[in-house]
Ligand binder design. Structure first.
Ligand code: PLP
Length: 402
């Protein structure tokens, strides 16, 4: 959780600004707010980093992905190709809109592959919701080729890949709209917060209204304007946006130290037999938030996890069995357990979610162990960790009776 490691005076100062006026609402109150607009500041800081034409700060990353899908025109009955390895919010957003998730294969980039997408396309496919997992980036050239060939809408959930890029373009900006999360576990945090991004004015205006009950925010009296669409409330508070703005300013520094630590860890671990790393669509566009170790197979990866636990190594995720980021843990989706009826329960699911055939994804996630990189690690801490990891992998690779 790099951003949270650096919470300090800068964040407190931004919060103090808001407390000094008491205006915690992002709209109106022009006379009392003393020209303090933290949601706008947060949006501008994000735009400074990724060069997006439009950014909208919202209550969380899940709302940002929901808004990205909705503003891109995705709704009831539309098939949306999704990865089976993502934070559950991606799938929830598709379902909440009445759209139908179609699960496709990922590859060693930990993201949907072009082949995976191609094989999942049907006559009802409307969009691809691409997720840039574990701080990295997908193989965009190949993916864009398939998306364009089939005239699909591309929406990017870059929830955990803010500040990652591919050949000079930042994640979130390849398709119609994108989303970042600034929850407590991401490269930068607002406490709770998300950012919707797009380069398209119409898509931005739709999201802007969608996230605030349909208000079009034209003029300076929110509440007295027009309501072009039906929306809901996904607003961010000025207090959260204040923290988000301060944290986003620290992202270049966080990313630099993440990448330095990741390089050091990889240079030690690459010498260990059986170790490789997740691929990147573009090696130069990593945000460095995770060290993604690939073992030769699931069996060895599970043994390595056992060795980590015995040796007291912490800070890793074995997504295959432990985490809420993989379809093997989504029993409630397979059984369609809902609080109230969703469109998919009326329309019918496009796939039998209980019997999906995703061998490549099972293989990749089974082999993957990820360590969250801490930007405040010292060089000595990085070396100690690398050597501990290496020892455990060597032990796990030894034949049982040797
Ligand atoms: C964290 C995350 C989200 C959800 O973000 P919240 O801010 O926690 O709502 C969505 N998608 C991905 C890929 C994430 O990692």
């Amino acid at each position: 959780m790099p951003g949270t490691e650096l919470f300090g005076a800068e964040e407190r100062k931004e919060i103090e600004d808001v407390l000094s006026t008491g205006i915690m609402f992002r709209y109106n109150h022009d006379a009392q707010r003393n020209n303090i607009w933290k949601a706008k500041d947060f949006e501008n800081e994000v735009k400074k980093i990724n060069g997006a034409k439009y950014a909208l700060a919202v209550s969380n990353g899940s709302a940002a992905i929901l808004a990205a899908l909705a503003a891109s025109g995705i709704g009831a009955g539309d098939e949306v190709i999704c990865p089976p390895f993502t934070y559950i919010a991606t799938i929830e957003a598709v379902l909440m809109l009445g759209a139908l998730p179609v699960f496709a294969e990922i590859d060693e980039t930990l993201c949907l592959s072009a082949t995976g997408i191609k094989n999942a396309i049907t006559t009802k496919t409307k969009a691809v919701c691409l997720v840039h997992m574990c701080g990295g980036n997908a193989n965009m050239d190949e993916i864009l080729k398939v998306v364009n060939e089939h005239k699909l809408i591309l929406v990017e959930d870059a929830g955990q890949a803010f500040a990652a890029s591919y050949k000079g373009t930042f994640t979130g900006l390849f398709g119609k709209a994108g989303a970042y999360s600034f929850d407590f576990f991401k490269i930068a945090t607002a406490g709770e917060g998300g950012i919707f991004v797009t380069n398209d004015e119409k898509t931005y205006l739709l999201a802007d209204s969608y996230c605030d009950h349909g208000h079009d925010h034209v003029g300076n009296n929110r509440g007295m304007e027009n309501h072009p669409i039906i929306g809901f409330n996904y607003r961010i508070s000025e207090l959260h946006a204040a923290v988000g703005a301060a944290q986003t300013r620290k992202v270049p520094q966080i990313k630099a130290s993440n990448l330095k630590h990741k390089k050091a860890l990889q240079s030690i671990l690459s010498k260990v037999e059986g170790v490789s790393f997740a691929k990147l669509g573009d090696e130069n566009g990593d945000s460095g938030t995770f060290l993604n170790i690939m073992l030769p197979n699931t069996e060895i990866a599970k043994k390595v996890v056992d060795e980590f636990n015995k040796a007291g190594v912490s800070g890793f995720n074995y997504w295959f069995t432990n985490m809420y980021h993989f379809i093997n843990q989504w029993e409630h989706i397979k059984n369609m357990q809902t609080a109230s009826k969703l469109a998919i329960q009326v329309l019918g699911a496009p796939q039998d979610y209980k019997n999906l055939h995703l061998p490549k994804t099972q293989e990749v996630v089974g082999r993957l162990i990820s360590f969250g990189i801490r930007c405040t690690w010292t060089e000595a801490e990085v070396n100690t960790l690398a050597n501990k990891i290496a020892d455990c992998i060597v032990k796990a690779n030894k034949p049982v009776n040797a």
